[in-house]
Design a protein around this ligand. Sequence first.
Ligand SMILES: *Cc1c(COP(=O)(O)O)cnc(C)c1O
Length: 369
Amino acid sequence: MQVPFLDLKAQTRALWPELLPAIERIAQDAAFVLGPGVSNFEQDFAAYCGAKHCVGVNNGTTALQMALLAHDVGPGDEVITTPHTWISTSWAISYVGAKPVFVDVDPHSYTLDPARIERAITPRTKALLPVHLYGRAAELDPMVDIAKRHNLVLIEDAAQAHGAKLGDRRVGSIGDSGCFSFYPGKNLGAMGEAGAVVTNDEKVAARIRQLRDHAQAGRHHHVEIGYNARMEGLQGAVLSVKLKHLDAWTASRRKHANHYHELLAGAKNLVLPQRPAQAESHVWHLFVVLVPAEARDGIQKKLSERGIGTGVHYPTPVSLQPAYAYLGHKPGDFPVAEDVMRRCLSLPMFAELSDEQLEYTAAALRECV
Ligand SMILES: *Cc1c(COP(=O)(O)O)cnc(C)c1O
């Protein structure tokens, strides 16, 4: 049996009758950049997140950069974030001229540990940038308090957690701004690159609208150094179609996560991802188990020989990437994140994964560990 790590073709096949007219409409209207495809999606996605505003941009990395710029984070500022994430979280901090200050993650949620944040705050700290990693909402409540007490901006990297809830609020709408990626492999994916910032702050939304379009206040009137960070009309149209299916896909991912848990419970040498008390606060972008560090490569290889695709998210903490050597971090600086990185293994997880594929994967993994 073949079990791909991710099968994007299945989703497109199933939705093609809905996608095609939406794509045709944009093409026939030649509304390729911004336009109604984007503005309609912005309204749909703001409403979905429970935020007042959504501004579509060209990818998730830019969404983070635009949010930091719009909250006036810049040179000389420090931004507290996690070393256990996709590199973009840190890129955005660097792009605006600020310095990423890493704080270790919680050993159960693998997200930024709120108990360690205050020790890292200095007079230069300007913002907190937690990541809702693997689809699990980070512990935002204490971070909201910390941000208030220290007068910091709270920006959420929600690129992996579309629709995840904390209480009855969706991630992205809880901090000052929330940033999303619609890269094809995310829970809500475009047919190419796309991203968005959601916020309740009218000024922030207006500034990002301006920044993304060459900082034009009127045609040919550029009020600051701007960017071409516009979302394409086709992507907006595709995303509006897909957004209607997101909750059903998430329900399917959650069912798969529970199924993995049942089948893998009690397996030796295997740590399963913690299911949060509120089931809705995890949207299972990835299903990541921990295996013994020295066995991980071998397990991956054995699974691959049986036709099962897996991934490692991520093998190296951002703090130890050559690009961040100037920060002077050493192995051991973030022991929890580093331990997770050595042991993590991502299993196949997507809405269309079949029970047979999942059962085959779980049985193979049990044998391999
Ligand atoms: C995917 C991702 C991003 C960046 O999104 P792109 O659209 O690929 O630029 C940022 N942060 C996290 C945590 C991500 O997973």
